[in-house]
Design a protein around this ligand. Structure first.
Ligand code: GTP
Ligand code: SPV
Ligand code: MN
Length: 589
């Protein structure tokens, strides 16, 4: 008797008509075999799927170049498909599920002719975790298989775990013909199902990541009483050896991976990492909020990653274990056969191919690496991997940090008055758009909890759910807002950032332990300058004051923008948040 997985795979094979079906076992031997084949095979964009990099400098590392039109998430082609349009809300693209399937079926019909259909069984989360989910994804490109093996816990044992049950998350992916006109990322929350065609890039193609672990999982969380969040997960050890766990939401390309790898500039402090992009938050039996990272690797932004800014990550990229490391859309130094990107901290290569495969040398004014070029590396490579990384129950969270990229208005650091106010801070957050998604860069958009591209249902209901989860926790974590990106009059970052962000984390720990005070402002509690640990930093108090400034006229404008954003949720906007907006405006006047 065929299992539910086998029946579904057969059904998909009937539709996609691959030459071959290959069931992945997740082994090291398999990864090497697929990479070897991929080095001789052309991707449909004319590049080999994998190019071997210099194995001495970059052990077990390979280079991949995607199609120039396919270098980031495409939010305008991403849909949530449920009958009830209102349940999806005003910030998602909606499509009726029947209509979506009528649209997709002809595109998938025969899309794998001449190709292999890879079937990947994998877990999101530690297999022994009560919060983990068993998943199966189909794809027709080995780049996705190798990436998924790094990013998830892929193993044939997942099939035994699923057995004959149909309780598994389904993902169907084909690179299609890469035509942006025929590119769709469609989510069916009621069926635990994602269909994606026409893109081989990150969040569009690795369906366990944003598609399942955020969009579908957030919907499961609403029904089941938990939260799926776009958050890094860290443990901060203080000089006494005590570790404080924090979950950190920041929009794409706004600093999660770097914070997760932070090398402290304050003696005695150390950051341990559990995750850099996604956290699942559950209320434990003891009434505390626990978090796990459902992923097993990092798909991180390459530009700006250097020994100076993020030495931990560079060491991880060069570690080379049984997990290969991938570089996608960086430049390729053709003299040295090494990856290169702007901000790597080494001289620009004399001869290179840029991210589009064009000849490049330092005389060119164009960027060699795409701004959203990425590395894919196993969490096992990180030297600061927390020991609780493999703890099925996760870690208890003491602080939630909500960040964004703002050149002005938003101070370096704010503490919420309480959970409800913290939810409002999250709901009102804005950030400048980045190269992580196709579209204009550098424009401010409201991005509640960094989830605007990832919340799989009506954000009005999402705010209400956050408020409810807060009530279900015995001792709610404190909530903070941070902004590393405030600029001075010359357009330079005022805050040194990176390793010095530990100074902000230390203040948060001191607040949790009741060791420092704070001053009340209209937008929340701010640090007293003399209680921030700034020793060894070359920053004038005038610049620090600018970093912590709450400028009333900027905030009156901000509040108007927040109001316009929140109004669109109509009756779905929780009364508590409408009240918070009212008091913000009152505090400002
Ligand atoms: P996604 O993977 O897209 O979700 O991004 P992320 O939130 O993990 O962002 P990441 O840490 O990769 O940082 C994105 C960019 O911001 C990189 O170019 C970093 O070098 C830069 N960056 C990160 N932290 C800081 C900081 O503290 N200060 C400054 N100035 N830049 C930073
Ligand atoms: C992001 O854009 O937030 C990412 C990269 O982490 S992707 O996997 O493409 O979503
Ligand atoms: Mn992300």
């Amino acid at each position: 008797m065929a299992t539910a997985v086998e029946k579904w795979v057969e059904e998909m094979a009937q539709l996609c008509k691959p030459d071959k079906i290959y069931w992945c076992d997740g082994s090291e031997e398999e990864a090497h075999r697929l990479i070897e084949i991929g080095m001789t095979q052309e991707n449909i964009n004319g590049n080999p799927i994998f190019t071997k990099l210099d194995q001495k400098e970059w052990p077990n590392s390979y280079y991949h170049r995607s199609h120039p039109s396919d270098v980031a998430r495409t939010e305008h082609l991403t849909f949530i498909c449920r009958k009830d349009k209102e349940s999806i809300g005003p910030t998602n693209n909606w499509m009726d599920p029947d209509e979506a399937k009528r649209k997709l079926e002809p595109l998938f019909d025969g899309c794998m002719k001449g190709r292999t259909m890879y079937v990947m069984p994998y877990m999101m989360g530690h297999p022994d975790s009560p919060y983990a989910k068993a998943c199966v994804q189909i794809t027709d490109i080995s780049y996705v298989v190798i990436s998924m093996r790094i990013m998830t816990r892929m193993s044939k044992s997942v099939l035994d775990k699923i057995g004959n049950s149909d309780n598994f998350v389904r993902g169907v992916h084909s690179i299609g013909n890469l035509d942006p006109e025929n590119r769709y990322i469609m989510h069916f929350p009621d069926e635990n199902l994602v269909w994606s065609i026409g893109s081989g890039y990150g969040g569009n193609a690795l369906l366990g990541k944003k598609c399942f672990s955020l969009r579908i999982a957030s919907w499961l969380g609403l029904k089941e009483g938990w939260l799926a969040e776009h958050m890094a997960l860290i443990g901060v050890e203080d000089p006494q050896g005590k570790i404080t766990y924090m979950a950190v939401a920041m929009p794409s390309a706004c600093g999660k991976t770097n914070l997760a790898m932070l090398e402290s500039t304050l003696p005695g402090y150390k950051v341990w990492t559990l995750g850099d992009d996604i956290a699942w938050l559950n209320v434990g039996d003891d009434g505390q909020l626990y978090a796990i990272n459902p992923e097993a690797g990092y798909f991180g932004v390459a530009p700006g990653t250097s020994m100076k800014t993020n030495g931990n990550m560079l060491k991880a990229l060069k570690k080379g274990t049984f997990f290969p490391t991938l570089f996608t859309n960086t430049a390729l130094d053709t003299d040295k056969n090494e990856p290169w990107w702007e901000g790597l901290g080494t001289p620009a290569p004399a001869h290179a191919l840029d991210w589009q495969g064009n000849e490049w040398d330092p005389s060119k004014t164009s960027k060699a690496a795409h701004a959203n070029s990425r590395f894919t590396v196993s969490a096992q490579h990180t030297t600061n991997l927390a020991k609780e990384y493999s703890d099925p129950k996760g870690v208890p969270i003491s602080a939630i940090i909500l960040g964004g990229r703002r050149a002005n208005t938003v101070p370096l650091l704010v503490e919420a008055f309480n959970w409800q106010h913290g939810v409002f801070i999250g709901a009102r957050s804005g950030s400048e758009t980045t190269a992580a998604a196709i579209g204009q860069e550098g424009v401010i958009r409201r991005d509640p909890m960094a989830m605007i591209p990832f919340c799989g249902y009506n954000m009005g209901d999402y705010f209400a759910h956050w408020l409810q989860v807060g009530k279900n926790i015995k001792k709610a974590p404190k909530i903070y807002s941070v902004n590393w990106f405030r600029l001075d009059d010359e357009g330079k970052f005022i805050w040194p950032g990176f390793g010095d962000n530990i100074r902000v984390l230390k203040w948060i720990i001191d607040r949790i332990n009741g060791k420092v005070g704070a001053k009340e402002t209209p937008i929340g509690l701010l640090p007293n300058l003399n209680e921030l640990s700034l020793e060894g930093l070359d920053i004038s108090s005038a610049r620090m004051e600018k970093l912590l400034e709450v400028n009333p006229s900027e905030w009156v404008k901000e509040a108007a923008d927040i109001e316009a954003f929140l109004t669109q949720f109509g009756a779905k906007l929780p009364e508590a948040l409408a009240q918070e907006l009212k008091s913000l405006k009152a505090n400002l006047s």
